[in-house]
Write a protein that binds this ligand. Structure first.
Ligand code: AMP
Ligand code: MG
Length: 334
């Protein structure tokens, strides 16, 4: 059976649509909904059976905890056993918004949500549909990205449908999401706070509020505190290579072997003569790049390319989250 799709206004969501989605969620169903980062796959976070359906629909390993979305700070506090000052300041500054805070959990949070861990990841999303849905349903929603595990994140409703059609109960279609890259994940159960996954909120923005934070641990070193640190994640079907220097030469060499190649680049007319090449011009502005990145990779997958080459953006903090996702999408060493 196909998944039911309901159109919803991205700015002023229709109350009847929200009520329908809330009723599906209250019955233990799965609803994909837009957030300001990517589409999320929501279930009632206080219902372990509903949350188990998320893991089944995505094929997600049980050891990978979920982010819980809440309507406001007080709802977040009910799910924690400690609320440090850093959480207070950061939530006041960035919620609603794309910052996920990892905190010591309250025992009432089901184990399946936290993968049995002592912490829970929480955020208040800023997308009007996500926020209105949370206010309508009156329960926290566990919501990872609405895609099969380890695949590309969805920024458009058709991405969700391609990945999860028939496996979830309802998709709220509000068009493209605006942010494009997943939330920043920051552990505030430790002092100083520790960045677990770079995202739309930069380390500099966070440090302006709480002072110095610990930067990303090397993915190779020690136990993984955050599953978002897995080396390969967010990956397209075709092998992807990140190239820092002279990507055009690499693209040309691959095309010469007869391979169908997709190329994310910044430059104009280079290699325009190669018929097998699908070249996608990416914006040089980081915000626009982030918003378009997953859709560009989805379109290359759909076109059936055999290899994807990415001309890497500069190695500056501004591009931290985009470079992080591109490296994780790559098949080579990171
Ligand atoms: P996604 O699968 O795209 O929803 O990403 C969920 C991310 O949330 C994971 O990759 C982790 O980085 C993070 N996360 C969720 N819960 C926790 C937690 N308790 N501790 C640390 N990170 C968490
Ligand atoms: Mg995901």
């Amino acid at each position: 059976m196909h998944t039911r799709v309901l159109r919803v206004d991205p700015v002023i969501p229709e109350p009847a649509v929200l009520a329908e989605a809330a009723s599906v969620l209250r019955r233990g169903g799965l609803v994909a909904f837009p957030t300001e980062t990517v589409y999320g796959l929501g279930a009632n976070a206080s219902d372990p059976d509903a949350v188990a359906r998320i893991f089944r629909a995505k094929g997600r390993p049980a050891g990978n905890p979920l982010i819980v979305h809440v309507a406001a700070k007080d709802q977040a506090q009910e799910l924690t056993s400690e609320w440090p000052e850093a959480a207070d300041r950061l939530s006041a500054r960035f919620w609603p918004g794309p910052l996920t805070l990892v905190l010591l959990r309250n025992p009432r949070v089901p184990d399946i949500v936290t993968a049995g861990g002592a912490t829970v990841a929480l955020r208040v999303p800023a997308h009007p549909v996500a926020l209105a849905l949370l206010r309508t349903v009156h329960t926290p929603l566990a919501a990872p990205s609405a895609n099969r595990s380890s695949h590309l994140s969805p920024t458009r409703p058709e991405h969700v449908r391609r990945s999860l059609d028939g496996r979830i109960d309802l998709l709220l279609d509000a068009g493209s999401t605006t942010g494009g890259v997943e939330s920043t994940v920051l552990d505030v159960s430790t002092s100083p706070p520790r960045l677990l996954r770079p995202g739309l909120i930069s380390p500099a923005q966070i440090e302006a509020v709480v002072g110095p934070i610990q930067r990303l641990a090397s993915p190779a070193g020690g136990a993984l505190r955050s599953p978002g640190l897995l080396a390969r994640h967010y990956a397209p079907t075709a092998p992807l290579e990140c190239v820092n220097v002279d990507a055009a030469a690499r693209v040309e060499a691959l095309c010469r072997t007869g391979m169908r190649v997709g190329w994310l680049t910044f430059t104009g007319a280079e290699l325009a003569h190669l018929p097998e090449l699908r070249r996608i011009m990416m914006p040089s502005d980081v915000t626009a790049y982030a918003a378009e990145m997953y859709a560009a990779l989805h379109s290359l997958d759909e076109a059936g390319v055999e290899r994807i080459i990415v001309t890497m953006p500069p190695d500056t903090e501004e591009w931290l989250a985009v470079r992080d996702r591109l490296r994780r999408a790559s098949s080579g060493p990171i």
